[in-house]
Design a protein around this ligand. Structure first.
Ligand code: PLP
Length: 389
């Protein structure tokens, strides 16, 4: 018996780009100390008051089947937060609670694509994007953002691939580059979506991690609320990665379909997780800034290290918990550099190639370890690059 073509095709053949990460984990299991700057997970756990609220909710009995689209209170809180951030009136009926952003991405594409539809996404991309698109039986087509444009995608490049396409997936603040899309970039994207009648899936899971400029949700741009599905998550904003809690904000008729899908897939999110998520949202913007602060600090430390040399160059990262470093002056690919750095210095970073062709000759460094160790690892990386150059 054979598994379906669809499920076998999720990985799309070839490398999944995680070899350096896997090798680092194998070295750690074998007892070697490795400095890991690979995955996007905070070096702190979920805050104790949120866990206490989760415990209170579970002990209070919110352990049975919970409301499939999310509790009224949580949907209202997400809608109010979205309205406050974007100025677009958003109601409970525009919100569905999901088990994290990843499942929201899958559900959002299921809601707007039929099998075989062309789904555009921007390269460099979050590693799961092409697999998510293949998983819903769409045909993924990448549009490259150029390093020379600081990875801000050009509207003309998207338009060139938009004929016959059905959707476009974007992510700002961006993983892996840390780039925050400018208003000009987003206006350009919005006009391509309107001209070519594309659905826009906007992955905004890093919306609280802004170091320069401002986060603009394209749902707030003219004529976009009716064609945009926003994916949100509390993984990054509230250090709740393991709780699996996120949402989709979308037109009401899309949410109605998504609720049907959820009834037939996850059946919603545990009630005690939803209650804790509500409690976490009620802590407001100051709490979100506190969770984001270590990344802001480490970014400054990184700029301090990079300023003392001229081989490794940083992509201007206005947000998110990553730095994208251009190491092309060493003559090595990101993959060759990352493997050599792991072997010689036991520092694990992600090759840019793990995130698409556009990031060749780059590395993604997650700012997710304690300040001093982070600074030292970057110093070692730069000295290593200088020796190679
Ligand atoms: N989108 C982006 C761009 C991400 O980087 C991640 C996780 O790293 C996700 C979505 C999924 O996050 P989660 O499922 O934890 O909400």
């Amino acid at each position: 018996m054979q598994a379906s073509q669809r499920i076998k095709g999720v990985l799309g053949g070839g490398s999944d780009g995680w070899e350096v990460f896997t090798r680092a984990r194998q070295m750690i299991s074998a007892g070697t100390a490795v400095t890991e700057l690979t995955i996007g997970e905070h070096d702190i756990g979920t805050a104790a008051p949120i866990l206490q609220d989760m415990h209170r909710a579970a002990m209070g009995g919110h352990t049975g089947y919970a409301a499939v689209p999310g509790t009224h209170a949580l949907r209202d809180a997400v809608a109010a937060r979205f309205t406050a951030h974007t100025g677009v009136a958003t109601r409970r009926e525009n919100v569905m609670i999901t088990p994290g952003g990843q499942s929201a991405l899958f559900a959002a594409h299921t809601a707007v694509l039929d099998p075989g539809d062309t789904a555009l996404y921007i390269d460099p991309y979050y590693a799961t994007y092409p697999g998510t698109l293949r998983g819903v039986s769409a045909t993924p087509v990448a549009v490259k953002a150029q390093a020379a444009d600081a990875f801000q995608p050009r509207a003309s490049d998207i338009a060139a691939k938009a004929v016959g396409a059905k959707s476009l997936l974007i992510n700002s603040p961006n993983n892996p580059t840390g780039v925050v899309y400018s208003r000009e970039t987003l206006e350009g994207i919005a006009s391509v979506c309107r001209d070519h009648d594309l659905w826009l899936i906007s992955d905004e899971v890093y919306d609280t991690q802004i170091w320069e400029g401002a986060h603009i949700s394209p749902r707030a741009l003219e004529g976009m609320a009716e064609r945009t599905l926003v994916v949100g998550s509390m993984s990054k904003s509230h250090a709740m990665t393991g709780s699996r809690i996120g949402w989709i904000v979308a037109p009401e008729h899309i949410i109605e379909h998504l609720i049907n899908l959820t009834t037939h897939t996850t059946y919603g999110v545990a009630g005690f997780i939803q209650d804790a998520a509500l409690f976490a949202l009620q802590q407001g913007a100051a709490f979100e800034a506190e969770i984001a602060e270590p990344f802001r600090r480490r970014r400054e430390l990184a700029f301090g290290v990079l300023a003392k040399q001229n081989v490794v160059r940083a992509v201007p990262n206005g947000g998110a918990m990553y730095m994208m470093l251009d190491i092309s002056a060493t003559g090595l690919s990101g993959e060759a550099f990352a493997n050599a750095l792991l072997d010689e210095h036991h520092i694990a970073v992600m090759p840019g190639e793990s995130f698409g062709d556009a990031a060749i000759g780059h590395l993604r460094v997650a700012m997710t370890i304690e300040d001093r160790a982070f600074e030292q690892a970057l110093q070692t990386l730069c000295a290593f690059a200088a020796r190679l150059a």
